[in-house]
Write a protein that binds this ligand. Structure first.
Ligand code: PAF
Length: 275
């Protein structure tokens, strides 16, 4: 497994691995890897001859009020997991490599980037879209694998890839869950023992809301009841809403996606499920 920190070396390795029609699949990450990330690596293995994983805690997608230094980091552990998972190449740039002095270009996405995480974390998706555009360009990846766990992020990425005619295919992978249903996330390690015990209530409430809607219950009161149940369980819910899957516009009929964000202590949990 090659560990690359220099852009020229990355370009050379990528060009070499993509000779003779061989494809390169990228899994973009911010490290602190868990089984959910490794499932993306396994999917990338199926999608292409060469698998690259990027590890970069992207300052551009954190708000000024969010403590970037508290984001979990485990470089040695991540590299051991990636090596065992059969990753070929790890791209680990420094902040100065990604955003050199004088950098003045960002990628701003409207549509699916508006509302929900876009409102809760203004500028977050600009950071995500900018870093992903750069990662796609730097690696020359043919395909990039993203988890459905960050549903809005996935739609934002699909949107700018289509809008900018980027020559890359975006492949989604189903959310990987703990045995009790909690969606895997690097942030889960910050939950206290008591909070971790409460956390699976979020997917349980979502399942029950979906069950009620499928059964014909009226939307607004069902969502309001779901929010109240989360509050009673100790969450500070931000939103629980049913939207159209790709545009994130309000759901009326047909396919829908239930989106949820709720804080438990100071950890913000995100989840989503198909109607
Ligand atoms: O989902 C993440 O870990 C990040 O938002 C991503 C896609 C790696 C961009 O920094």
């Amino acid at each position: 497994m090659k560990i690359i920190r220099d852009l020229a070396a990355l370009r050379a390795t990528s060009a070499e691995s993509r000779q003779n029609g061989r494809r390169l699949a990228l899994v973009p990450t911010m490290g602190a890897l868990h089984a959910g990330h490794l499932a993306l690596v396994a999917a990338a293995r199926q999608a292409a001859e060469t698998v690259a994983v990027s590890i970069f805690v992207n300052p551009l997608q954190f708000l000024a009020s969010e403590d970037l230094s508290r984001y979990p980091r485990d470089e040695a552990g991540d590299l051991a997991k990636l090596s065992a998972a059969g990753c070929d190449l790890v791209w680990m740039p420094e902040v100065a490599t990604m955003y050199p002095d004088g950098a003045a270009t960002t990628v701003e996405v409207a549509g699916p980037a508006e509302g929900y995480e876009g409102s809760a974390r203004p500028g977050h998706f600009r950071g995500v879209a900018t870093v992903c555009t750069k990662l796609f360009s730097q690696t020359g990846a043919d395909v990039a694998v993203f988890g459905e766990k960050d549903w809005q992020q996935l739609q934002v990425v699909r949107r700018f890839v289509a809008d900018l005619d980027l020559p890359i295919r975006i492949q989604a992978h189903a959310t990987v869950r703990e045995a009790d249903g909690l969606a895997m996330s690097s942030r889960n390690v910050r939950l206290s023992e008591a909070e971790r015990a409460v956390a699976p209530t979020l997917p349980r409430v979502m399942q029950s809301v979906l069950g009620a809607i499928r059964g014909g219950a009226p939307l607004a009161p069902t969502l309001a009841h779901g929010m109240a149940t989360l509050r009673e369980a100790g969450f500070a819910p931000d939103y629980l809403d049913l939207v159209q899957p790709e545009t994130l516009r309000p759901w009326e009929s047909g396919p829908g996606r239930l989106l949820a964000a709720a804080k438990l202590g100071d950890v913000r949990l995100l989840d989503n499920m198909a109607l």
